[in-house]
Design a protein around this ligand. Sequence first.
Ligand code: SF4
Length: 184
Amino acid sequence: MKDPILLQLTSEQYSILHEGLKSVVHYRKSGLSVNHIIGCPLDCAYCIRHQNNNFDMKQPHQLMSDEEVVNMLVQHRYFIPHKTPLQIFNKATDPFLGAVRPHTHCMLSLLDNRGLMNHILVITRYVVTEEDMRKLNQLQHLRVTLLITFNGLKDSRIEPLSKKITLKSIEVACRQKGRTKVIL
Ligand code: SF4
C-alpha cells in the first residue's frame, strides 16, 4: 500500500507561519528538536500548537525533506555527534500518524546510517505497530526511547483520541521493545 502523501505549505501559508515553527531544528528541553512536519488531527486540548497558532492545521504538512533536515541538524551549532540528545516531531505533529510515520522511520534511518549514537526521543499517543517496533529495533547505532503518553483522563474534550488506541500501542511496544527503550 502506498504511503499517505504529506501536504506542502503554500507560500501564503508559510508567510504567516509562527516563527517558532519556521525554526525546524532548535534547542528545546535540553536537546535539539526536529520538526519539519507540522499539523495534527488528534485535537488534544492541551496541544502546544495552541501557542504557535497552528492548532487549526489538522493535516500534516512538510516544510522540507528528511534529507534536508538531517543535514541541517548535523550542521547545527549545538549538535555534537553521539552526545546531543535529540527529539523528533515533539512540537507540531505525532510521529506515528499515517502520513508522518514513513518520515519518522526515514529520519531515524538517515541518522543511524551515519553511525550516530545520539539518544533520540520519539513521543507518541497514536498507533504503534509491530512493524514500527521491528524497524526501530533494526537501528544499529541510535539509542531510541519511545515514550507513549497516556493519561487516562475521562473527559474526551481534553483528549478525544480513544484510550484503546494508546493502550494497544503500549501493549505492542512493551511486547516487542528489543533494543528500544519504552516509557509510559
Ligand atoms: S497528538 Fe500531539 S501534536 Fe497532535 S494534537 Fe495531541 S498533543 Fe498536539
